[in-house]
Design a binder for this molecule. Structure first.
Ligand code: PLP
Length: 333
């Protein structure tokens, strides 16, 4: 089976399974798990930051960041397409009493800087207090330009806002732009990393920030029931995600470009965008159900719809891309 639905479907490597089986562990709620502590230190060091926190999911990592930067009645600015606005069940509002102020994402995934400034609420009792700007990188597969990050940082500084990055796929941006994690992270007060997407760990995300922010986040994590005990079993896979899976993302990007080229040859498919490990395409087939069934019969899982997102990852080889293209071509005949 080749599964194009998401990079979350990646299986852990044999090295990860071996490391998990032999990980030295302790009770992480007591701070006693040496493998978790090492992973957190490793992530902080890679980014040039003070501290990091190992968290069960990217959703919880974003929630902890929002709750640690903002209080009740505060507000964060983010994109309409932001995962931490659109795809996290309204958690910031429900659990944090924090109001989102979404802004329209531009075609490159960024937010217009003038619109951000215009959305910052004046200090007036009618308004929520704008505390935080939250960006996402990559977003829809697209890496935000480094100059844009610098401009956003200046804007945040000038307006007394903190700046958070939902960096679930930040390493895809690093690899695409040929820069280190620190080069991107330096523009932010905090950021998240998903270990369980293209980096192939089975479970886990990290929140990275300064000591004060991370100690607040640690308290919220416990309150939300996210304190884990012998979590080093999971962190052991996370360590290998950071050391052995980052450079490999370049293969996924090359496969995405190869897939986009192949799709462009088809009659009923229009490629909308291809960036890092994602291809977005319009599928104009009149019977998408039959197409789905044929793909499944050919060993391919994909969320086909009018707007189709195809995601490349470690468990999709060049041959996997070829079999998807062949199946689509056969369906057109
Ligand atoms: C996947 C994802 C998340 C959430 O991660 P989960 O581990 O699935 O909760 C957050 N932000 C972005 C941009 C993501 O792609």
């Amino acid at each position: 089976m080749f599964d194009f639905r998401s990079d979350t479907v990646t299986q852990p490597t044999q090295a990860m399974r071996d490391a998990m089986a032999t990980a030295v562990v302790g009770d992480d709620v007591y701070g006693d798990d040496p493998t978790v502590n090492a992973l957190e230190q490793q992530a902080a060091d890679m980014a040039g930051f003070e501290a990091a926190l190992f968290i069960s999911s990217g959703t919880q990592a974003n929630l902890l960041a929002l709750m640690s930067h903002c209080g009740r009645g505060d507000e964060y600015l983010c994109g309409q397409q932001a995962h931490n606005y659109k795809f996290e069940g309204g958690g910031a509002a429900v659990l944090g009493s924090i109001q989102p102020q979404p802004l329209t994402n531009l075609a490159d995934g960024s937010l217009d800087l003038n619109e951000i400034v215009a959305a910052i609420k004046p200090d007036d009792i009618h308004f929520a207090q704008t505390r935080l700007l939250s960006l996402e990188n990559t977003i829809g597969g697209k890496a935000l330009p480094l100059e844009y990050l610098a401009q956003a940082q200046q804007l945040a500084f000038d307006n007394g806002l903190k700046l958070h990055l939902d960096g679930a796929r930040v390493f895809n941006a690093c690899v695409a732009q040929g820069v280190s994690l620190a080069t991107i992270a330096q523009h932010f007060d905090s950021f998240t990393i998903c270990l369980s997407k293209g980096l192939a760990a089975p479970v886990g995300s990290l929140l990275v920030g300064d000591e004060v922010l991370i100690s607040k986040a640690r308290r919220w994590r416990k309150m939300l029931g996210g304190g884990m005990r012998q979590a080093g079993i999971l962190a052991a896979a996370g360590q290998l995600a950071l050391t052995e899976q980052v450079e490999r993302l370049a293969d996924d990007h090359a496969n995405a470009a190869y897939l986009a080229e192949g799709l462009a040859q088809l009659q009923q498919v229009e490629v909308q965008s291809c960036a890092t490990n994602m291809v977005f395409a319009t599928f104009n087939h009149s019977d998408l159900n039959s197409l789905s069934q044929q793909l499944l019969a050919d060993g391919i899982k994909a969320s086909v719809g009018k707007n189709t997102r195809l995601v490349l990852h470690k468990d999709i080889s060049r041959e996997g891309v070829d079999s998807l293209l062949a199946s689509l071509a056969r369906f057109e005949r």
